[in-house]
Design a protein around this ligand. Sequence first.
Ligand code: MN
Ligand code: ZN
Length: 394
Amino acid sequence: MAEICCEVAAGSSSDRKGECVGDAGSRAARRRRMEIRRLRVVAEEASAKRRRLLEGDEEEDAVRGPAPRYGVTSVCGRRRDMEDAVTARPGFIHGHHFFGVFDGHGCSHVATSCGVRMHEIVAEEATAAAGSSVSDEAARWKDVMEKSYARMDAEAVGSRDTAGPAPTCRCEMQLPKCDHVGSTAVVAVVGPRHLVVANCGDSRAVLCSGGAAIPLSADHKPDRPDELERIHAAGGRVIFWDGARVFGMLAMSRAIGDSYLKPFVISDPEVRVVERKDGEDEFLILASDGLWDVVSKEVACKVVRACLRHRAPRGGERSSPTSSLSPRQSSGSSSGDEEAAGASDGAASDSDGEGGEDKACAEAAILLTKLALARQTADNVSVVVVNLRRRPRS
Ligand SMILES: [Mn+2]
Ligand SMILES: [Zn+2]
């Protein structure tokens, strides 16, 4: 990893920068700067507290603690264009926390729209659903997510027709009809009792619980048997052209946007609602395929566990989070890691306070990203790590 030159740029609220510069043996191509955008999140606590998703708030308050600790990275990597977007909004509705990874294709603007809008839409739909007669929380969240994805898709497709700030994106050059643009969307809502994961496309959510790496999403690939059947039933075809692609074009069977491939490519999410298991649940990882193409969920969970373990207890001695990696993976990376960690000092709020952004989780996300880059991922890499261990109430 030492040969990777990466720049860790803190979020807009901070102008700190850190750099880990590769050794002299670096190839020019690898010297390309990789921006790690650490997204500083402003919790919208004030407005969120006024909203109520669930009934029986007093009871719910008993299991609500501070926002979970989390860390986020999103890097361009070896790609020419950055088309991923990520979102973290602790407290986006009362007692619930939103995380999302959006991996764009064709251009970045649909992923960017998802990053800006999805949590707002989900908050609106969840708030509206709070008054509904559906008592089953899993069914209610499924409905909320389905409505939210449909609205997000309509906005993404419709936004090209509406007036707005002049987009500066690449697909502007493909006008008049630029409908060959879309994005994956994997979204996690962490509630007091449940984890809700909605997915459309091939980004993934993995839960580490009881020492096991548990997938909470299943990729929408055109050759997945049920997806293939659905596409055929709609009159579509899947052609193998550098992998299975809908009409030989898109390598996924569901996405936000991509109106040119409707109704074969749909935006309906698959939704999983799982109960939280305190004592077993460790953390949640959301990431784009730039990570999962080169890092298995088991290895990813090992890396994150090592980072979180070495961070606890707070203020204690900490060894390198890379120490449990194989020599090849960790060789030469320690100085870079220290600088990356140092660079995050200003932006991360450590583990205390209400904020939720956390150094250990940020380190875990950065380390996973570096591992993907070291393993020659050809894609953008975006990673969100959410620590599911509850903090004691202050
Ligand atoms: Mn990707
Ligand atoms: Zn665009």
